[in-house]
Every structure is written in structure tokens, then in C-alpha cells.
Write a protein that binds this ligand. Structure first.
Ligand SMILES: *Cc1c(COP(=O)(O)O)cnc(C)c1O
Length: 349
């Protein structure tokens, strides 16, 4: 088969959720962030797996994602939308029972107008300056808003993957100043903040990337394996070149394997000449540039002709691959292509 296989381990996702849940005490609930198609893996399967593991609260970025998730996990679990209530969102919010995290006075007016009495949460800006109501505006809006019983007051940390960064404590302080004494559940932390300790846990944590095996959750179980079929192997004489731009030139008699995946599958071009593929325990360097549907790999040192090579495997996780490509594990995960054959393993009981 010419299709690459992305093997996804449900048990590892469930174990990562349980481990992050165990990082906070019983008074803190652990949600699951499944935006961007469950970080590229598949929102329906990821959602079902996490619901079985025990997650009762989910976060998505967009209402469309919330619709897909609701269809997959059914009624019951709360699904919150981080982009809030945008123009035109009301029908999906209502029909799929989604809870928008309102980000501005404008969104509040829209929510009251279109879905009066329907649930919502409030996103506050504690210093990231990306989404959420700023402290001064919150002071003005809060008396009216609190009468409408928001489900959650939340904010997001900008530097939680750097535990010693002074902005963590500054945002913690700002969040507490905005929310102390209010009898509404609170949430500040994603994966990184969850690992910063109990001061950052409040009533609900919102891990995403750690569930899928990514940093900064260093104890995460790896979730994905990516195996690419070899289409063809050829012999090169010294001086012959490989691929676009003739960027790789054989310095010795070489064997080049051509594999069925490329930048259209999320194997970004920045991996060119840098990434390593694996034949079991044996490393094979990428030779030349990544093209749209193909990779070329130097397999000269193998004692056999491989049927496939792995790009994500026990030797090279999402963060290690990200590192060589000059990016982060989040981008590797969320770029995983739609053409891969996604094979789900594990029970996730
Ligand atoms: C993406 C996101 C999360 C999850 O972040 P991770 O770093 O993947 O754990 C949580 N909260 C908000 C507001 C987000 O945008």
C-alpha cells in the first residue's frame, strides 16, 4: 500500500490524561483540550477515548469543532469553545449544547442577544494579551455578568513551559486579583501550568499537548508512531544527486529509498537534509529536500531493503523531530496529514 500509517495508541492518551489528572488533587477537575482535530490525531476518536478515560469537560477552539466532538461523544460532557461566541455561531452553540468562553463585551452582548439564559464562561486576560477581557474592562462588566451565573472564569498562561519565568507568578497574581472571592469555578492552566504545582490548579485544569505525548509533559507516554512505505530503492554512483535542487550528492556508492509522504502530509520542508528515519533501531538520514508527496532517504548502511521506515517511533518522538525541524511538537502533531491511514490501537478502558 502506498499510504503511510499513523498508529495512535488510545491507552497512551488515556494514561497521559490520568497522569495529568493525578498531578492535581481531588478538588481539581481535569478537562481535555481537543482543538485542531484532537491535535491532528482525529477529534472523534480522541474525544471518545478521553470520555472513556473519565474526562467530563472538553475544550475546542471553534464551534465547528464542538459540533464534531458532540456528535462523537454524545450528550452529557460539557464542551467549551475558546474563541467564544462569534457572529453566526448561535445555531451551532444552541443545537450542539456548546458553552462559549466569552472574550469581550461585544461577545457578551451577542450572547445575551442570541442565546439569552444559555450557558457561557468568561475568558480573562491575565497578561498574555491574546484573548480575554482586560482587568479594567472586567471591573466594569463583572457585576452584571456575575448575575448571569457564568460556568467558568478562565485565563491562559503565556510562559508555563518555562517554570522559572517571572510572568507565571505575575499572571497568577493578576488572575487572582480578578477572581478571588467570586463563587464561580476557575481555570488557569493548560499542560504547562498543571505541572507548575497546586497554586496554578484552581478548580479545573485544561491540558492539551501532554495528552498527546508532547512537551512540556516530559513523563508523557508516546502516543503516535508514523511509518512510511518505501516505493522504490535505487543505486547511485558517487557524484549523482537526489531530489529537487540536487541538494544531496552521493559521496560513495549509495542506496536511496523513496518514501510515500512529504510536506503535503505535514512533513515540513524544514526537515530537509536534517531529519532521520528509522529502520527498527538503525538510523537512516534524509537525503536532500522534502518534496510534496515523497521523501528520499539514504539506506546505504542497511543490510536489507526495508519495506517501510519510521519517522515517529520510540527513537524519535514528536519533540525530537520538532527540534531538528526548528519547530515545536505542537506543530508536528497538528500538521499530521489527512492522507495518513490512522490506525487506532489499545482499549482505553
Ligand atoms: C491550546 C490551549 C490549551 C491547551 O494547551 P496545551 O499547552 O496544549 O496543554 C488550554 N487553554 C487554552 C486557552 C488554549 O488555547
Amino acid at each position: 500500500m502506498g499510504t503511510a500509517t499513523l498508529t495512535i495508541d488510545r491507552d497512551a492518551i488515556a494514561a497521559n490524561w490520568r497522569a495529568l489528572d493525578a498531578a492535581s488533587d481531588r478538588t481539581t477537575e481535569t478537562a481535555a483540550v481537543v482543538k485542531a482535530n484532537g491535535y491532528g490525531l482525529g477529534i472523534a476518536e480522541v474525544g471518545q477515548c478521553l470520555a472513556r478515560a473519565g474526562a467530563r469537560k472538553f475544550f475546542v477552539a471553534l464551534t465547528e469543532e464542538g459540533k464534531e466532538l458532540r456528535k462523537a461523544i454524545g450528550a452529557g460532557p460539557e464542551i467549551s469553545v475558546l474563541s467564544g461566541h462569534m457572529d453566526g455561531d448561535a445555531p451551532l452553540l444552541r443545537d450542539y449544547e456548546l458553552t462559549p468562553m466569552l472574550n469581550s463585551a461585544e461577545q457578551m452582548v451577542r450572547h445575551r442577544g442570541h442565546l439569552p439564559g444559555k450557558p457561557f464562561g468568561v475568558q480573562l486576560d491575565s497578561g498574555m494579551n491574546r484573548l480575554g477581557i482586560e482587568p479594567a474592562d472586567w471591573a466594569a462588566l463583572r457585576p452584571g455578568l456575575l448575575k448571569e451565573s457564568p460556568r467558568l472564569l478562565m485565563s491562559h498562561l503565556a510562559c508555563a513551559d518555562e517554570p522559572d519565568h517571572p510572568q507565571n507568578q505575575a499572571q497568577l497574581r493578576a488572575f487572582r486579583e480578578m477572581t478571588d472571592g467570586i463563587d464561580v469555578p476557575r481555570s488557569l492552566s493548560a499542560t504547562g501550568g498543571t505541572l507548575l504545582g497546586p497554586d496554578y490548579h484552581f478548580d479545573l485544569t485544561r491540558p492539551g499537548v501532554g495528552l498527546y505525548g508532547g512537551a512540556p509533559f516530559m513523563d508523557a507516554k508516546p502516543v503516535v508512531q508514523l511509518s512510511l512505505p518505501v516505493i522504490q530503492i535505487r543505486d547511485l554512483a558517487p557524484g549523482e544527486s537526489v531530489g529537487y535542487g540536487a541538494a544531496w550528492v552521493a559521496e560513495r556508492p549509495s542506496k536511496i529509498a523513496t518514501l510515500a509522504a512529504g510536506y503535503a502530509d505535514g512533513l515540513i520542508r524544514a526537515m530537509s537534509g536534517r531529519a532521520t528515519l528509522w529502520a527498527g533501531d538503525q538510523p537512516c538520514p534524509l537525503a536532500g529536500r522534502v518534496s510534496m508527496d515523497l521523501l528520499t532517504v539514504d539506506v546505504t548502511d542497511l543490510d536489507h531493503s526495508p519495506a517501510h521506515l519510521d519517522l515517529l517511533c520510540p527513537h524519535q518522538g514528536v519533540d525530537a523531530l520538532a527540534e531538528v525541524a526548528g519547530t515545536i511538537g505542537y506543530e508536528i502533531l497538528t500538521s499530521l496529514g489527512g492522507r495518513y491511514d490512522r490506525v487506532w490501537i489499545g482499549e482505553a478502558a
